[in-house]
Design a protein around this ligand. Structure first.
Ligand SMILES: Nc1ncnc2c1ncn2[C@@H]1O[C@H](COP(=O)(O)OP(=O)(O)OP(=O)(O)O)[C@@H](O)[C@H]1O
Ligand SMILES: [Mg+2]
Length: 354
């Protein structure tokens, strides 16, 4: 186990930028998730930690040594990638034992280590099978077992569940979380799935366009998004973002009037509010008033959409709520549950409350 430090690392190839100046301090035993859309630099970051890519600038530290220039095999990291990379002609046992055999571990020690790792991912009954005789989730667990059998200082997992169907992903997610609890190995995990990030992480690093947008616990990322990118990326449905102005502490946009933001006046702001933080009410009691644009039954709730200018705003109502498209609708919302973002810098503003 080890602390991992990234000191101002960056990576570019000519004019192509993979990662801009990035610094991260990952605690010993922490589960850190890199989250962001396709092309934002997640894999590039992982490859620099693994030693598969040399940083253009900066240093990577694992434990108490700078590992720049060290071969991947000398870094004591184990990787699990999206493509499982299993050896098709080897049995599950042989696949899991492979990293121990190439290190020259005596056979008498290999067997108990493999049996233990296989048990931890519930593969004990499959040790004699070959990968093609396994389901996707089972193959994924072989890849996991092959990583944990080495007892590395650091796990690097790059979208390890993306080949699996939705249900298996949820099952494997809990396997991985439980394994991390048992093994306590520092883990860097890449995903573009925000639910996966929120459920697994001690801390989430939200990335966009080769840069860190915010680092925080899932709660902080969800409840105090640093900017409009994070606000829009985290949560399902994503946060409603309404462009407007603050006038004497009242947020105003067509059909919208929300008081309670101190006394400020700012001409160009964006109000952010989550669907579950609004109540669907009679229009005369509402801060947001418009016609029902659409609605969706999700089973456990009803999502009600109205249109504010070009924008669709969604509120979550009880599961028995029914609306008719075109009916007048009202959403009740209080300033305490809203965020105000600067329209220019896109950063969240801290305003004095009333
Ligand atoms: N060898 C390379 N040469 C040039 N550009 C590269 C190279 N590898 C990656 N890039 C670029 O660096 C950026 C980041 O790529 P990276 O693979 O890290 O993205 P990612 O966040 O892992 O995306 P995804 O979710 O699609 O896997 C992309 O714009 C990509 O095109
Ligand atoms: Mg990637």
């Amino acid at each position: 186990m080890a602390r991992v430090l990234l000191k101002n690392i960056s990576k570019s190839w000519g004019s192509a930028v993979g990662v801009k100046q990035m610094s991260l301090d990952i605690a010993d035993g922490e589960f850190l998730v890199l989250l962001g859309p396709s092309g934002c630099g997640k894999t590039t970051t992982m490859r620099m930690v693994a030693g598969l890519e040399d940083p253009s600038t900066g240093e990577v530290w694992i434990g108490d040594r700078c590992v720049n220039g060290l071969e991947p095999k000398d870094r004591d990291v184990a990787m699990v990638f999206q493509s499982y990379g299993l050896y098709p002609n080897m049995t599950v046992f042989e696949n899991i034992s492979f990293p121990l055999r190439i290190r020259g571990m005596p056979a008498a020690q290999i067997k108990p280590a493999v049996l233990k790792a296989a048990a931890q991912v519930e593969l004990t009954d499959f040790l004699d099978r070959r990968p093609k005789e396994l389901s996707g989730g089972q193959r994924q667990r072989v890849a996991l077992a092959r990583a944990i059998v080495r007892q590395p200082k650091v796990f690097l997992m790059d979208e390890p569940l993306s080949n699996l169907d939705a249900k298996l992903r949820v099952t494997m997610r809990s396997h991985i979380k439980h394994l991390h609890h048992e093994l306590g190995v520092t883990t860097i995990y890449v995903t573009h799935d925000q639910i996966e990030a929120m459920t697994l992480a001690d801390r989430v690093v939200v990335m966009s366009r080769a840069e860190i947008q915010q680092i925080g616990t899932p709660e902080v990322i969800y409840n105090q998004p640093a900017n409009l990118f994070v606000a829009g990326f985290i949560g399902s449905p994503s946060m409603n973002l309404i462009a407007g102005a603050l006038r004497d502490g009242v947020f105003e946009a067509p059909g919208v009037s929300v008081p309670g933001f101190g006394t400020q006046s700012l001409p160009d702001v964006v109000l952010g509010v989550r669907a579950e933080d609004m109540a669907v009410t009679a229009p005369e009691q509402a801060q947001i008033r418009a016609e029902v644009f659409s609605f969706e039954l999700t089973g456990d709730s009803t999502l009600v959409m109205v249109r504010i200018g070009e924008q669709v705003v969604t509120a979550r109502a009880g599961k028995d709520y029914r609306a008719r498209i075109g009916d007048p609708a009202g959403f009740a919302v209080s300033a305490q549950q809203c965020h105000i973002f600067d329209g220019q810098t896109q950063n969240r503003l801290r305003l004095e409350a009333n």
